[in-house]
Write a protein that binds this ligand. Structure first.
Ligand SMILES: [Zn+2]
Length: 99
């Protein structure tokens, strides 16, 4: 990891939320435009119907109206889905996205 990429702000600027969620959410419909969009099936509970999980393709925020899981950015998404600490989530994103 390059020293210049170790801050949260840099991670966020290098990984657009729209690209991130398209890669992470297999059931997400093709995104059109930004803002809050249907994220497909919620990865935080045993979701069988789309429609309750929303992602913000500009900020990376996410919210499930069924199980109540929410967060403000893609780091929070990785932390909660994979049970990682903040530094672990940063490292995972850095490795997976080749930063
Ligand atoms: Zn949910």
């Amino acid at each position: 990891m390059k020293a210049s990429l170790q801050s949260l702000q840099n991670i966020k600027s290098y990984i657009p939320p729209s690209e991130f969620y398209r890669a992470e959410l297999a059931a997400m419909p093709p995104p059109r435009g930004g803002g809050w969009r249907d994220g497909g099936l919620c990865p935080f509970h045993n979701d069988e119907h789309t429609g309750s999980f929303r992602v913000n393709l500009e900020t990376g925020a996410f919210k499930c109206f069924s199980c109540g899981t929410k967060g403000g950015d893609i780091i929070a998404f990785i932390q909660q889905r994979d049970g990682l600490s903040f530094p672990e989530a940063m490292e995972k994103l850095t490795n997976e996205w080749g930063l």
